[in-house]
Write a protein that binds this ligand. Structure first.
Ligand code: HEM
Length: 297
């Protein structure tokens, strides 16, 4: 099996940035892919940086035919529920997820990447994020309780050997702003019914409401995924960067449909307090496929 890009599983870093790039008109897709693929983590004694690179599936397939799942598609249409609630499609050509011990190293690596892509691509979206009280999201609930453990995650995340794109994975990147005032105006018991777990201890409610977030995304219904969500933003403008990986696109897409109310007509209660601002799918090739793509310059 080709090895994964290691940053996917590098837990515990204190500072993150997501840079989404758009190719400039007239630039060949191959040049963009090659340049991004040849970016490397700087080897410094100042603290490591993890760099995870992903590509719009159609762009990667155009440049590396046969090296990604054939049915994998970008986030090309809004996901709209029966009541008009909508998750916007904001697909870009490529993403770099940079994470490190502190923002200074993330900042320097991000700026160097942008400089390397000058004349090829511009930054279409930038988000910085940081862990909040170890593993809470900005609702104050633990995020990641039902995540697979690190030893189990690769089997869920990585495309199996022998399949197109082996060792690669599919990333759903979605930025959700929180309405902190509305959320905090609820009693803790009401918040718990929205999530479907207790706030202290993150225990699943015995009778979780049908519209609770964990009922709408239950992995027993949709299949397992691996989440590396992070809080983002400033004191006055913040939310959750949803960073979800899976070896298949279907579970991720089915969860979005379910949250929007497209599956059973029941919309996820969490979406009354959080608002999706972006949505994109990226193919994250294996480390080996990335190296090969970077070597074709
Ligand atoms: C504002 C955005 C979001 C927030 C704040 C959020 C937060 C949470 C929290 C607190 C939990 C319960 C603890 C846990 O198991 O991690 C949870 C569970 C989960 N969330 Fe989210 N989430 C968000 C968006 C999403 C999206 C967009 C998806 C899928 C595309 C998703 C998929 C899941 C899954 C699969 C679980 C575990 C369900 C199970 O129990 O099997 N979440 N989330």
């Amino acid at each position: 099996m080709s090895a994964a890009q290691p940053g996917i599983f590098a837990l515990g870093t204190a500072s993150h940035a997501y840079l989404e790039f758009d190719g400039l008109p007239g630039v060949a897709g191959g040049d963009l892919v090659t340049t991004i693929a040849s970016l490397r983590e700087p080897r410094t004694t100042m603290g490591g940086v993890n760099l995870v690179a992903g590509f719009r599936p159609e762009l990667w397939r155009e440049v590396r035919p046969g090296d990604a799942p054939t049915s994998l598609a970008g986030f090309d249409a809004d996901v709209t529920g029966p009541d008009g609630f909508s998750m916007p499609a904001t697909q870009h050509d490529a993403v770099l997820w940079i994470s490190g011990s502190a923002y200074d190293v993330v900042f320097d690596v991000g700026r160097a990447a942008i400089a390397a892509l000058a004349g090829l691509a511009t930054v279409g979206a930038e988000t910085s994020s940081w862990p909040y009280r170890h593993d809470l999201d900005l609702t104050g609930f633990e995020d990641g309780t039902e995540n697979p453990s690190l030893p189990d995650a690769p089997e869920i995340v990585l495309i199996p050997a022998g399949e197109p794109g082996a060792g690669g994975t599919i990333l759903l990147l979605q930025k959700w702003e929180h309405d902190a005032v509305a959320w905090e105006s609820q009693a803790v018991e009401e918040q718990e019914r929205v999530i479907g777990r207790t706030k202290a201890g993150s225990v699943e409610l015995q009778e979780r409401p049908e519209d609770s977030h964990v009922a709408r995304t239950d992995q027993e219904d949709f299949g397992d995924i691996f989440r590396r969500n992070m809080p983002y933003g400033t004191i006055t403008d913040h939310g959750t960067m949803f960073v979800g990986f899976c070896a298949r696109q279907q579970p991720l897409a089915a969860m979005l449909d379910s949250m929007a109310g497209r599956t059973t007509g029941v919309r996820d209660a969490l979406t009354h307090f959080t608002n999706p601002l972006s949505g994109a799918y990226y193919f994250v090739p294996s480390a080996e496929a990335l190296t090969n793509a970077g070597a074709t310059s």
